[in-house]
Design a protein around this ligand. Structure first.
Ligand code: BLA
Length: 508
């Protein structure tokens, strides 16, 4: 495949991969006009089928393929828009039983029939023991990483790939490989990162919708979808829901570069969003039987649910731990005349409250410093800047302070990240927490910078990991960190008010 080197990266996301006008050659696709029940387009890979049954184009569906679909017509008629139905394995004469799927879209009905695979399981039930085993194991996992590792192993055993990995997206849709199971045929990708453009937005949208995508052979010859002349000017048919949908030539080239003849991905969806993929690779071409794909889809759904549960449970544990720290700090403050100074007498708790490397308490011009901090004058400058620019905020945070305020360049070592609460506007009272610059050493699967240069749309020819460092940035402040800071602020402000009232009573 020769790829156009003048295309830019955004072109990746614009490629209309849902209307390729062709299918992969493992069966046949009929496009049916549901108002007339006539086949208006077709792609049939096996010429023997056309010979045996005649060309379906223009034929009424109930006559097509020797009546094999006739019994399903009621099911098809009842399909709601944007839904699919599995019609079972329909026997097509000599060509054997074809797993048949129907999808109803707004304008038409897609009927797909997959050619049989030698030795495939007869039913999903045959695979149930493997699924049950998976459920038993994943329930015992103590971390998300372990859950993903268990799923990788089970999907690899079930679907028999050389390598299975779990790929997790970050906020910017770059991905990192968080679990892997493999034999010695393909290399390890564990911990590697890949740029967002490797799985462009419209591809992610399709994976959000269809949970399993099989590309059985990166060297396949596409079978064109043919229509009669009267429909020549109609827009191309949307194959979003089609299992056999032909693949972007760019991605096929990418697979060849990776040394993978076949790939399958199973979507992991958490709270309605694509969280990641279970991505499977094989050196040689490989078809995965329908029931095996369904079992893998099921494993993907169970994994998604388990990840959500585990993340929630870990978050609750973390909140309880922070609450305990807060109680300790408040007890100390309550028993002390100078409550702001009291905060500084338990450095360990104050730092642990937000997971910081350093902290400073600034009150009436006095600055108490704990852990890893900028200098006193730098902290006072920072407080001045905060008062000027963020004085109306109870809480302020950033993980890129130098990006917001250039002077912070000078002390980004201990304090690339800052979380601050303002206690009293009147007295410039602040509590600040600092996080150090994480010169994060990141391994990328491909240098994203290359893509901004000449070979842009050519998938990278090398998977050499390279190191990218993220400068002047700390680890992000999580919601639990910010909430802990804000709760401490509320408690301190209460104390300040109470002290003020006590003073007033004394003066009466
Ligand atoms: C699809 N790209 C994909 C898919 C994966 C990747 C997993 C899903 C389909 C599949 O299972 O093969 C990428 N595969 C990876 C990565 C790893 C992996 C990162 O195993 C890491 C371990 N891809 C590019 C560029 C374009 C591009 C520059 O690199 C630009 C056109 C396109 N990728 C692209 C498209 C698809 C895709 C269009 C959708 C293929 C389809 O479903 O039709």
């Amino acid at each position: 495949t020769v790829l156009d080197p003048t295309l830019d990266l955004s072109a990746c996301a614009r490629e209309p991969i849902h209307t390729p006008g062709a299918i992969q050659p493992y069966g046949l696709l009929l496009v049916v006009d549901p108002s007339r029940w006539v086949v208006i387009e077709r792609a049939v890979a096996d010429p023997a089928l056309v010979e045996a049954f005649g060309d379906p184009l223009g034929q009424p569906l109930d006559q097509v393929l020797g009546g094999a679909l006739a019994h399903a017509q009621a099911t098809l008629a009842a399909l709601a828009p944007d839904t699919s139905a599995f019609l079972g394995a329909l026997k097509l004469g000599e060509a054997g039983p074809h797993h048949t799927l129907a999808h109803r879209s707004t304008h038409c009905l897609l009927v797909e029939m997959e050619a049989p695979i030698a030795g495939e399981p007869g039913s999903l039930e045959d695979l149930y023991p493997a699924i049950r085993q998976f459920m038993a194991e994943i329930e015992k996992a103590t971390s998300v990483a372990e859950q993903c590792a268990i799923a990788s192993e089970h999907v690899r055993t079930l679907a028999q790939f050389d390598r299975t990995l779990v790929y997790q997206f970050d906020k910017e849709w770059n991905g990192v490989v968080v679990a892997e199971d493999r034999n010695e045929i393909l290399p390890s990708y564990m911990d590697l990162r890949f740029p967002e453009s490797d799985i462009p937005a419209q591809a992610r949208a399709l994976y959000q919708r269809n949970r399993v995508r099989l590309i059985a052979d990166c060297d396949y010859v596409p079978v064109p979808l043919l229509r009669d002349g009267a429909r020549a000017d109609e827009p191309p048919t949307d194959l979003s829901a089609s299992v056999l949908r032909s693949v972007s030539p760019v991605h096929l080239q990418y697979m060849r570069n990776m040394g993978t003849g076949a790939s399958m991905s199973v979507s992991l969806i958490r709270e309605g969003q694509l969280w990641g993929l279970i991505s499977c690779h094989n050196r040689a071409a490989r078809r995965v039987p329908y029931h095996v794909r369904t079992a893998c889809e099921f494993i993907g759904q169970i994994l998604s649910l388990q990840i959500a549960l585990k993340e929630r449970a870990l978050a609750v544990e973390e909140r309880i731990a922070r609450r305990a720290i807060q109680v300790r700090l408040l007890a100390r403050m309550a028993g002390d005349e100078d409550f702001m100074a009291a905060l500084g007498r338990d450095p360990e708790s104050l730092l642990a409250l937000t997971g910081a490397g350093g902290a400073a308490i600034v009150h009436r011009g006095v600055c108490v410093m704990l852990g890893d901090c900028p200098s006193q004058s730098q902290i006072l400058d920072l407080v001045h800047w905060l008062t000027l620019h963020h004085g109306d905020q109870d809480v302020f945070w950033t993980e890129k302070l130098p990006a917001a305020w250039q002077e912070a360049d000078a002390f980004c070592g201990p304090a690339s990240g800052v979380l601050a609460i303002s206690i009293s506007q009147l007295h410039d009272s602040f509590v600040l927490w600092f996080r150090p610059e994480v010169v994060r050493t990141v391994r990328w699967g491909g240098d994203p910078r290359h893509k901004a240069q000449a070979q842009v749309l050519t998938p990278r020819m090398s998977f050499e990991a390279w190191k990218q460092t993220v400068r002047q940035q700390s680890l992000p402040w999580q919601e639990v960190d910010r909430d802990s800071a804000l709760e401490l602020r509320t408690a301190i402000v209460d104390i300040v008010l109470r002290k003020a009232e006590e003073m007033a009573e004394l003066n009466e």
